[in-house]
Design a protein around this ligand. Structure first.
Ligand code: SAM
Length: 211
């Protein structure tokens, strides 16, 4: 998702109490930001943030961080965030490839990748969020029993991930090419993109990976 640049977006983000400024200062001490030792879960590429805000509202005993690299998109999430009273969620405006600068080894319990950009051209494969370089970052910041949950409508990206993830030493806890007609649908929280694709009748692929 890339929205037209919005004038003043950077200033609004810099002043928002919901966006962690200078996140590298919290590397290894995210507990202090939330004021508790609850597990920390992250959505990489949260877009307008519906999914992660719904999770935060449903699970007050879990801490959440939403990561988005575009200010214009993050601004949309902030508009919704300001209507909610939630102590357990903050946002970071960063590129996911830098995540090891912001999280210590094993600091994260779960990483959600939802409807990540497919980058279909071979020469852009390194930008896919399930490519080996990103998996190495996730391996570093995830706790030993941590997992990656990945959903996409893009069959090619999913098939690529079904190869790249095991090839990087991960195991698959589950996988399906059609989540909404599978035994795995129970408890599913819909993302903004998912809602749109499901309404168009597109099958949603999902996998969960662990080491
Ligand atoms: N997860 C949301 C959903 O399912 O509705 C949004 C999906 S949208 C297609 C993907 C989002 O990921 C975009 O907003 C994009 O800017 C963000 N994104 C892609 N690569 C990223 C990266 N390397 N770091 C941070 N955000 C990224």
């Amino acid at each position: 998702m890339r929205l037209r640049h919005i004038k003043g977006a950077e200033d609004q983000i810099a002043q928002s109490p919901f966006v962690i400024q200078d996140p590298e200062r919290n590397r290894g001490s995210w507990d202090q930001v939330f004021g508790n030792h609850n597990p920390l879960e992250i959505e990489v590429g949260m877009g307008k943030g519906k999914f992660i805000m719904d999770l935060a509202a449903a699970n007050p005993e879990i801490n959440y961080l939403g990561i988005e690299r575009y200010s214009s998109v993050l601004l949309r999430a902030l508009q919704k965030r300001s209507e909610l009273e939630l102590p357990n969620i903050f946002f970071l405006r960063i590129d996911a490839k830098e995540m090891a600068d912001y999280f210590a080894k094993g600091e994260v319990s779960k990483i959600y990748l939802n409807f990540s950009d497919p980058w279909p051209k071979d020469r852009h494969a390194k930008r896919r969020l399930t490519s080996p370089g990103f998996l190495e970052v996730y391996d570093h910041i995830l706790a030993p029993d941590g997992v990656i949950e990945f959903k996409t409508d893009n069959r090619e990206l999913f098939e690529y991930s079904l190869e790249s993830i095991p090839a990087s030493g991960w195991k698959l806890q589950m996988s399906t090419f059609d989540l909404h007609h599978s035994q795995f649908l129970d408890g599913n929280v819909m993302t903004e993109y998912e809602t749109k694709f499901v309404s168009e009748g597109k099958p949603i692929c999902k996998l969960i990976a662990y080491r």
